[in-house]
Design a protein around this ligand. Structure first.
Ligand code: PMP
Length: 398
């Protein structure tokens, strides 16, 4: 009799579990639109050429050893990643606490623990949101609730509902916002709507947490995709950012990202950094070096940075072309419903509006793997499979 006999089998992760099912599927025509990872026109994973180049340089760099990194990552690596978000005067002010962390999820995990430590009781996230969000905060023993976000009828943002939801939040509550390319809906607030959101955060004295998993991936332009972060930075609010380099550098498996905490003073930032370091020390002691070194090499080598910026444009344009192709193919079939949301939405995902039953048909009958909420990863579409996907959507909704 095992001491683990009472441990129940947990269900597979709703997204990563689908990847396993896709691999095991023997159907000739199968498509994986579940996981948010970029694929080439042939449906293969892609190592960005800038990353491949930087990696060679990192490996041959004799100054890099395999010693432990500092708890919060190398000090000299911080500025280039801060510059992707913040202006020089903000960085120079010393009001930022920056910590290298294990990609976006690891950053959120540490921030959740920090929120608990500083006495925050409740986190509010958008309805819907990335499935891991509620669990991360609940595991840190924070209350988690949702504010309205998606408007089913218009397949757009329920802005009025969102603001009304924010009015119900209490002072000191944390509000989780996707800084760009909302996952799973692909629907973001307009610049004017962001201004109102910042204003309401101020009035209600909320603590914003911006999840920045797709900067540069939505429009191809870091500044455009960084609009909300800039707005918060210059609002006078103190807030958190979880910055992931999984998607925009294609460094999914290297687990590289950063936590930034914008504080009101340098003293506050120093104190926050000292406490974040304790959280990291107790969780995993210090971060991995390789991904951080690659990102740093790209950001500090002008030719590589230029290459990377072009690659961002390339990836985001491919996705946008696939949006046009998918909408065109669906509309050409006269499929019931409206399909403008396919091209209106941005970033990696389209929230198709397919019902649970329709999704079951997509997966079981057509072998098109997608999450139960009707989300598809546009990065998994390519010229070779887009017609088949459109045809299957057409059959599923009729
Ligand atoms: N936040 C959001 C909204 C995401 O979509 C993801 C990835 N799917 C993450 C955070 C975290 O990703 P990672 O840990 O790979 O950086």
């Amino acid at each position: 009799m095992s001491i683990f006999a009472s441990v129940p089998q947990a269900p597979a992760d709703p997204i990563l579990g689908l990847v396993g099912r896709f691999k095991a599927c023997t159907a000739e025509k199968k498509v994986n639109l579940s996981v948010g990872a970029y694929r080439t026109a042939e449906g293969k994973p892609w190592i960005l050429p800038s990353v491949a180049e930087a990696e060679k340089m990192v490996i041959s760099d004799t100054k890099l050893d395999k010693e432990y990194q500092p708890i919060d990552g190398k000090a000299e690596y911080k500025r280039p990643v801060q510059e992707l978000i913040f202006d020089a005067d903000v960085i120079d002010s010393g009001c930022l606490a920056t910590v290298q962390a294990l990609s976006g999820t690891g950053s959120l995990q540490c921030i959740a623990q920090f929120l608990k430590f500083m006495g925050v009781t409740k986190v509010w996230g958008p309805n819907p949101t990335w499935g891991n969000h509620p669990k991360i905060f609940q595991r840190a023993l924070l209350e988690y609730d949702m504010y309205p976000y998606w408007h089913q009828e218009s397949r757009g943002l329920d802005f009025e509902g969102m603001i009304a939801g924010m009015q119900k939040m209490n002072e000191g509550d944390c509000i989780l916002l996707h800084s760009v390319a909302h996952n799973p809906t692909g629907v973001d607030p307009t610049p004017e709507q962001w201004q109102t959101i910042v204003q309401v955060c101020k009035e209600r004295r909320l603590i914003p947490l911006l999840d920045n998993a797709y900067q540069g991936y939505a429009s191809g332009d870091l500044a455009k995709d960084g609009y909300a972060q800039k707005l918060f930075t210059h609002s006078g609010l103190e807030f958190f950012i979880a910055q992931s380099f999984a998607k925009n550098f294609g460094l999914y498996g290297e687990r590289i990202g950063y936590i930034h905490v914008k504080c009101a003073s340098k003293d506050a930032a120093d104190a926050v950094l000292s406490q974040m370091k304790i959280i990291v020390r107790q969780a995993y002691s210090s971060p991995p070096q390789h991904g951080a070194a690659i990102v740093n090499k790209i950001l500090t080598t002008p030719a590589l940075k230029e290459m990377w910026l072009k690659e961002l444009t390339f990836m985001s344009s491919r996705i946008s072309d696939m949006r046009t192709a998918l909408r065109g193919a669906i509309e050409a079939k006269g499929t019931p419903g409206t399909w403008n949301h396919v091209t209106d939405q941005i970033g990696m995902f389209t929230f198709t509006g397919l019902t649970k039953d329709q999704v079951v048909r997509m997966v079981e009958e057509f072998h098109i793997y997608m999450t139960a909420d009707g989300r598809i990863s546009m990065a998994g579409l390519n010229p070779g499979n887009v017609d088949y996907v459109a045809e299957s959507i057409d059959k599923a909704v009729r």
